[in-house]
Ligand binder design. Structure first.
Ligand code: GTP
Length: 231
């Protein structure tokens, strides 16, 4: 299990994020998805008796903003040598084929040879943004590549027994309002989904289980985002 460092969230997760399955974090902009993911990248390096995975991690990001500044800030919370940014492999993929290629070729190498124990994709939604879906054939192509990606993630998570976290954004649906992006088909492919949301107090966020094979759904916990960490 990989702990988040936020006690209430770890309690909700019955200890932390489990290896072997694909966990999705969804939520509106500013709900803390990236901040939580970056904290996980650092915590994965901690020994297992401190809630880590005693391993390296891989952060696949899909916009051009490097996470290094934010990782550096978060790293200040740890003792000397406890965590190192050198133990985080950064992979950028800005379109669907780049991401699929990274999942199929680069990631298995990292998992095989570099003791990577956590993989984060931030955010899956971004690679599909701007891709026109003008016809049923376009939609079919998009679904096909989406299924191929998530299939790859599930196989790698299980085969290497690593924690796999994929971030998804929200979209507006004319009938039901603001919902996780990528539709029902995608949601049936991830193993579990958690939704992060802003709450009245601007320093806090909520973390809610939407579905999971082993956790009660609709249960939520609050966590705090301070200037340099989540707790
Ligand atoms: P999107 O990526 O826009 O979908 O948002 P997100 O849900 O990933 O939110 P993110 O984690 O980026 O931001 C959550 C909160 O983290 C923000 O409201 C800020 O309080 C804080 N934050 C964002 N960027 C930084 C940063 O560079 N440094 C620090 N210390 N905090 C940041």
């Amino acid at each position: 299990m990989l702990t988040t460092g936020c006690d209430a969230v770890d309690d909700l997760l019955l200890g932390g994020f489990p290896p072997g399955i694909v966990s999705e974090l969804c939520g509106v902009a500013g709900s803390g998805k990236t901040q939580l993911a970056l904290q996980l990248l650092l915590r994965a390096q901690l020994p297992t008796d401190q809630g880590g995975l005693d391993g390296r991690s891989c952060y696949m990001y899909t916009d051009s903003l490097s996470p290094l500044k934010r990782l550096n800030e978060l790293a200040q919370n740890y003792k000397n040598d406890e965590v190192s940014l050198d133990k985080i492999f950064l992979e950028i993929a800005t379109d669907p084929m780049q991401l699929l290629n990274a999942l199929k070729t680069r990631l298995p190498t990292l998992l095989d040879r570099h003791k990577v124990r956590l993989v984060v994709i931030d955010a899956i939604t971004a690679v599909f943004r701007g891709i026109a879906v003008d016809s049923a054939a376009d939609a079919g192509d998009r679904s096909k590549i989406m299924f191929e990606m998530v299939n790859c993630m599930r196989i790698l998570a299980a085969q290497y027994d690593v924690v796999f976290v994929v971030i998804n954004q929200m979209t507006t649906n004319m009938t039901v309002g603001i919902v996780p992006a990528l539709g029902l088909a995608w949601s049936t492919c991830v193993n579990q989904r958690f939704q992060l949301a802003k709450v009245k107090n601007p320093s806090f966020r909520s973390f809610k289980t939407i579905f999971s094979p082993y956790l009660p759904s609709e249960k939520s916990a609050l966590f705090e985002i301070t200037a340099s960490k989540l707790q």
